[in-house]
Design a protein around this ligand. Structure first.
Ligand SMILES: Nc1ncnc2c1ncn2[C@@H]1O[C@H](COP(=O)(O)OP(=O)(O)OP(=O)(O)O)[C@@H](O)[C@H]1O
Ligand SMILES: [Mg+2]
Length: 231
């Protein structure tokens, strides 16, 4: 099995009939194990849609997607959510935290879903929050955190329990330079040192140099694929 993510001829059409809108057209994306890939392109070009399909959040209209060799297209819904849990950590554009839970609980719940007993889940959740510089804010609910802090909780949650594939939708958008660098370094370290496969959507040209490869999408089509892995 060569690729962590192997998507072929992926097409997505939203809506039906007169309102049908084709937003992805024949997209091929192959991501080797342990690669840190960035996906770039204009607003509305289909980045979130493609990421959601790779992350088992959304189904492709046609085409085939394999994660670690296992086909995810056409599998039943309950199986899809199991695949998502075992393979994917998703950092959503706009974070998606549970409003009624503290930062710590948002992360701990994810760990418990991944099989951690309660006590270990708490300990690990705090360690992850420490890594994104949120020590001391464990008990804050999302509404009591700044946008950038919420984003960092979402990142801690996505990497909790070490899912092999991490998909990040503009993870640095609401962060200042220092925290943006912190988060990008964390994602890169997960790829380089721990073998995670990371796909990161970004507009942030400050972080391009950290990628192994930059893939460009425009108007629902994959345009360019620059190999940028340093020697
Ligand atoms: N649920 C939906 N139903 C119908 N159309 C949608 C839906 N979600 C997205 N679209 C449309 O699909 C196109 C691609 O959207 P997508 O969110 O993938 O773009 P994006 O590249 O992530 O943009 P941005 O950089 O602004 O986040 C857009 O034209 C958008 O309006
Ligand atoms: Mg988007």
């Amino acid at each position: 099995m060569k690729y962590a993510i192997d998507a072929r001829s992926v097409t997505k059409v939203y809506g039906e009939g007169d309102v049908a809108q084709r937003v992805l057209e024949g997209c091929d994306v192959q991501v080797p194990h342990g690669e840190f890939m960035m996906l770039v392109g204009p607003s509305g070009s289909g980045k979130t849609t493609l990421l959601s399909i790779l992350g088992c959040v959304l189904r492709a209209t046609s085409g085939e997607v394999r994660l670690f060799g296992e086909a995810i297209t056409g599998v039943p819904e309950n199986h899809l959510s199991r695949l998502r849990l075992s393979y994917i950590g998703f950092i959503f554009q706009g974070h998606n935290l549970l409003a009624s839970l503290s930062a710590e609980d948002n992360v701990a719940v994810q760990l418990q879903l991944r099989g951690y007993p309660t006590k270990e889940a708490r300990r690990e959740a705090r360690a992850l929050l420490d890594r994104v510089h949120l020590a001391g804010k464990y008990h804050r609910r999302p509404a009591e955190l700044s946008g950038g802090e919420r984003q960092r909780v979402a990142i801690a949650r996505a990497v909790a329990g070490a899912p092999p594939i991490i998909l990040a939708d503009e993870p640095t958008a609401s962060l200042d330079a220092a925290n943006g660098a912190l988060v990008t370094e964390l994602l890169r370290e997960l790829a380089r040192e721990r073998g995670h496969t990371v796909v990161c959507v970004t507009h942030d040209n400050r972080i391009f140099s950290l990628a192994d490869r930059i893939v460009r999408i425009e108007d629902g089509k994959i345009l360019a694929d620059h190999r940028e892995r340093a020697a």
